[in-house]
Design a protein around this ligand. Sequence first.
Ligand SMILES: O=P(O)(O)OC[C@H](O)CO
Length: 731
Amino acid sequence: MDLDVESTSITELRSHCETCFPLMDEVVPIREKYVDLLEFSNFNGIPYPIVDPSKKPRRFLADFRLVQKIYIVYIVSIFRYSWSVPLSHDYPLVEKDVLSSKRVHKVISRLKEQNDEQKNRAVQFFTEISARLSKFICKCCAYVLYKVFRRLMDKLLVCKEEIQELKRAEQTGIPIVYLPLHRSHLDYLLITWCNWHFGLKLPHIASGDNLNLSGLGWLLRATGAFFIRRRVDPDDERGKDQLYRAILHSYIEQVLGKNMPIEFFLEGTRSRFGKVLTPKNGLISNVVEAVQHGFIKDCYLVPVSYTYDAVVEGIFLHELMGIPKVRESVLGVFRGIFSGFRKSKQCGVVRMHYGRPIRLTEYLATITASLSNHRTRPVRMTKLSTSFSYRELVPWHRTHSETVDDRTMIRAIGFHVVYEAQMMCSISPVAVVSCLILAKWREKTSRNTFEQDCVWLCEQILSEGGDVVGYQSKKTTGKALASYAFDKLQSCVKVTDEYVAPKESHSSFIQLAYNKNSVICRFSIKSVIAMVIVSRPVDATLSFDEIVEDTLSLCDWLQFEFLFCRPCDSLRELVHNVLSNNEWSHPIHGFLCSEIEEDGFLDAGDFNSGTLRVRDSKSRETLQFFANLVRPFIQSLYLVSSFVTSERCSVEPISDNNVIRELCHESLAGKINLPFSPLLESINSDSFKNALRILKDKGLLQRNLPNSTARSSNSRLTELISNLQRVLEVK
Ligand SMILES: O=P(O)(O)OC[C@H](O)CO
């Protein structure tokens, strides 16, 4: 049976965060299947009645459609579909408004040099940044993208109900800010292309100036891209120019002020390892200020997520081995397009999700109100850090005092949006299979057993509020799901009718890990708790409080790897909730049992106060699976910690990139002695970078060496290494 990838197990649109927006919970049922944008004939007429749903064009007519204007009732002509979808909105130019804005004038008058010279610079900056949206070029590109997407994807799925929410938001006349997760260069194109189909306004998209290549830059500008300077190199000060910043800031204000949507990536760069990245604050701060200073009354924030069976770029193996990214070039773009076209449908099924639009003023009101009187409202976005909560886990919390300033608010909003985006992302069957291989079946296993496990994991994902593309409870077979994924994983998994086994190479494991990492957000807290428990000897006992404290501590060390919860949540409470859940504490089936329970004297409070142990070998096996989701990240932290204390690390500061490259190289060559056998996927630059970041953040490595590292003999680092060793040694 083929997978029905257009159906979903989610029955209603995900609601807003109940903590921050308790009054906004209108239930919107999902009644229809996802729409495949590549099958335009199945649109059922939305949004334009010019498309008659009863007249589906034959497939070989691919891009042609007989357009019948229902209202005028005569056949207009045979147009390309691309030309038949109108681009009815206006995209006014904002040059005059930006250059004459108070913000820009203020900066110019503050600068010492000649006014005229500054004005010229202002014009240059504007030209460097601004988009020049052309409806004609958009239509041409829309047509070309049909061809490209059909080549690259099996399907491009969007949820109609989500689009209707967007339409409602757009009709209010409040501008929309799209905040997608960033996985691939295709991300830039997808929102624009989808909005075009549904008659929504096309967004102005913030793109890194690395994409402003001759020819390509012009094309991107014409489809809505505006270019921003990125600080890739730590010494690069170009983006800090006051006038440049004023122009960029004013540009964003003016675009929003003219009710045109904006799109930018909070993560700032594509995720190289399949997990979300911690959000950056630059662009979102411009949007927040625009509202706070009354330049615009309000705007909607819309998180967006993408699910790809595989990203078009393939795995970022070179970069994950510490080799610097090759700068984009026109030739590189052509090469990329060519190689993308060599293999048909390499992205597989692609799903987009738009979160429910939330007004920025709602966010600000929530934070401000809870600030002024945080006891009277059930809102915890700004709860002061009385207990160990996420507030202490995210970087701004530690220096946080009684007042929550704008910077804190901006960061809280960014974290909140990225967290929401990761939680609404559908999971690909490819990720489910990769996850099982890495966390459970690293050795050869029978195909039958593997397929049964696929169903088990999908059910786990569903019970955590997630969904798997094509999986429906009690309907979809493990065989169908696994076969679908095996087809996409031929380069890294060996499959016969009898067995399944990973191919033993670093690149295979990195690819599987990239896929697997998109699943972890569903189980991040659970996995850390499991890690804490299985890192003790089989017959060891632990108290409830010990488990909680050890979990919080491990989460703290992994704070740059995962967003464990929203900034409004208390991580401590969430850990308690997980452990108190029946899955863990049920007196007969729970993973854990109380020592007293064995004697038949179990009281309600015993689970929290008594001594706990893993119930049986089956429970332990399940806990091992969850623990194995985070194990590679702890191994990476161990590898980095032991490297920076060893003689292999130079006493003179060397760049972090060099440290990472060397460590990748030496670990892969087996030159580092370890008390455990390292998982191949733990050797990667992304995890090593995060490990260096946390060690610096905790003061275990010198902080005053920007982007460099020198050997350390810090005693706390030695203590950390021995603790990590204890955790990792037990299998
Ligand atoms: O940093 P990169 O290489 O992921 O570039 C992606 C950016 O979005 C380009 O602007």
